[in-house]
Design a protein around this ligand. Structure first.
Ligand code: PDD
Length: 285
């Protein structure tokens, strides 16, 4: 059955939904996006994603195309119309369609707004999270404004392919000897009971899941250090894990072929995953 998607004010069957070939998202990656998880038909951390969307747009001198309430309404309608129990809502806003020119189009050019759903039954019980994932390290060759959630995802996509070619699941990116983040997630290690993750700055995306997980960790009296860590430190850690809207908290059991800790999901990552899922379900809208 075809999905209903949202394009510029209309709810359409996916095969009838189109955008212009002149869209700046297509021609210049001139757009930003958000991914919000759905569990039991409800949106996880919607407010966090809406706030970050507004910030990403602002950093690129684009306005919010509509109010947060209107955005929420579209998310909810798509989840309902497509019968999504577990899955995600993808949202993209671009600077719109205009003749190809490096300069931004005139003010008032209509932004393109697209939303669609993807169903992922059993999202929270993924076998991957139970087994943990293997990562390889790669140089971080992205631009310097990774705090803006732009649709320039070619390098992360190449990173994922490079990981798969080496028999791993994902890549952690490294710059000046320290880990920035995963291709599509934030990266953490645990050593001596302390959770370490890269401090916020333009070098990483400010994960919405990261913010929630660190809050829950601190509330549970766990020690958190927000600082850069090296690949060597990570390989010698007791545990490692990643967070993102679609993977929640997922243990990392191997880095560049070296087992992390016991080479199995560790207690801190497993506990944080439980707390995150429990609290997020309670707060879902
Ligand atoms: N990716 N870092 C990067 C580079 C990301 O692309 C993502 C999210 C994160 C985690 O952010 P959050 O917790 O807000 O999802 C960190 C999404 C899920 C994606 O591109 O599909």
């Amino acid at each position: 059955m075809s999905r209903t998607v949202y394009v510029n004010g209309e709810y359409l069957p996916e095969e009838d939904a189109t955008i212009s070939v002149f869209d700046r998202g297509f021609l210049f990656a001139d757009g930003v996006y958000e991914v919000t998880s759905v569990l039991e038909g409800k949106l996880i951390d919607f407010d966090g994603h809406a706030v970050r969307l507004e910030r990403s747009l602002g950093e690129l001198e684009m306005p919010m195309p509509m109010s947060r309430d209107e955005l929420l309404e579209i998310h909810r309608r798509l989840v309902a119309e497509n019968g999504i129990e577990d899955g995600m809502v993808y949202l993209q806003v671009t600077r719109g369609a205009a003749d190809r020119d490096f300069a931004y189009p005139p003010e008032g050019t209509r932004q393109t707004v697209v939303l669609f759903t993807q169903s992922k039954p059993g999202l929270a019980d993924s076998p991957v999270a139970k087994a943990g994932i293997k990562v390889v390290t790669l140089p971080d060759l992205r631009w310097d404004r990774r705090d803006i959630k732009t649709v320039q995802l070619l390098y992360p996509s190449m990173g994922k392919m490079a990981a798969k070619a080496q028999g791993a699941d994902d890549a952690w990116m490294v710059e000046e000897g320290v880990v920035t983040e995963g291709t599509s997630n934030n990266a953490y290690i645990v050593k001596g009971g302390v959770i370490v993750t890269r401090n916020l700055g333009p070098e990483i995306l400010h994960g919405i899941t990261r913010a929630a997980v660190l809050r829950f960790a601190r509330e549970a009296q766990m020690k958190v250090e927000e600082r850069a860590f090296t690949v060597e430190e990570a390989k010698a850690a007791d545990e490692a894990f990643v967070t993102s809207a679609t993977t929640f908290v997922t243990p990392v059991v191997e880095i560049d072929g070296v087992p992390v800790g016991q080479g199995a999901p560790g207690p801190v990552a497993q506990r944080l995953r439980e707390i995150y899922l429990e609290e997020s379900r309670k707060a879902a809208v």
